[in-house]
Write a protein that binds this ligand. Structure first.
Ligand code: IPE
Ligand code: IPE
Ligand code: MG
Length: 244
């Protein structure tokens, strides 16, 4: 049976988040520089979006640049920013035709102005689309996000608009970058690393984690389906005891 047919269409996660890792190692293995890996990673993004559309996925969050990634060599960072602008410019028409709605999480104002502009245009152009919600995590880290939440709530207390006992999970969630996005049921990380690297720490409290050794530029449609099939074999208990 082909892998697509093995998916239980009644149990598709609403939201899949992906730590797209391994571009540099993939490129180096073939004697190329790291940017070659990033460039080739774009094809895997296209494949993943195509697969997401085929299964009617509602939300796909892609970790594309972390706040810690600024610590890489300037040439790599500049190359990544340039790739981001170029990719959005090249892909936006097709994404729009496919009813994809683009959104971002992260400190977008801290990106080069050309990236910020391209992203804002893409979000505005696709804002009324009703298909896949594509969320790009850029200049994002969970600790940055949570620090910002603490500040926003502290200001509300300071101004008297709320009192400390009113601070609860709902309020915290409403101040997250992901306030209008359900938590991911499935988090995928490629490249064989078994860590979270400051991604969605609050939101993945009960996500199923899936690690694959595949390097991101080699991740294809079938690999997303494989992750989903694996997810569908899990028993999600949320701290409860399931009746057998
Ligand atoms: C992921 O691939 C892309 C970004 C973090 C921007 P890497 O660039 O981290 O590749 P590896 O992990 O060094 O192989
Ligand atoms: C995580 O990958 C960030 C992104 C995929 C954007 P990294 O390659 O930066 O993470 P570490 O350094 O291996 O933890
Ligand atoms: Mg990496």
């Amino acid at each position: 049976m082909n892998i697509f047919d093995q998916i239980d269409t009644k149990n598709i996660p609403q939201h899949i988040a992906i730590i797209m890792d391994g571009n540099g190692r993939w490129a180096n293995k073939q004697g190329h520089d790291r940017l070659f890996g990033h460039n080739n990673g774009v094809e895997s993004v296209r494949e993943t979006i195509k697969a997401g559309n085929k299964i009617n996925l509602k939300y796909l969050t892609l970790y594309a640049f972390s706040t810690e990634n600024w610590n890489r060599p300037k040439s790599e960072v500049d190359g990544l920013m340039e790739l981001l602008v170029r990719t959005i410019a090249n892909e936006i028409e097709e994404l729009h035709e496919n009813n994809v709605k683009i959104n971002t999480i992260g400190n977008i104002k801290g990106l080069p102005i050309s990236c910020e502009k391209e992203l804002n245009q893409a979000c505005i152009k696709t804002k009324n689309n009703s298909g896949l919600n594509l969320i790009l995590a850029l200049n994002y880290s969970s600790r940055w996000e949570l620090t910002d939440v603490v500040k926003k709530i502290a200001y509300k207390v300071e101004s008297g608009s709320i009192k400390v006992p009113q601070i609860n999970e709902e309020l915290i969630i409403s101040e997250l970058n992901t306030s209008d996005i359900p938590d991911p049921e499935l988090l995928i990380r490629t490249s064989g690393e078994h860590r979270i690297s400051n991604f969605l720490l609050w939101q993945i409290a009960y996500s199923e984690l899936y690690f694959t050794d595949i390097l991101w530029p080699e991740f294809k449609e079938k690999d997303l389906y494989e992750a989903i099939i694996n997810y569908q074999s899990r028993e999600r208990r949320f701290g409860k005891v399931l009746n057998k």
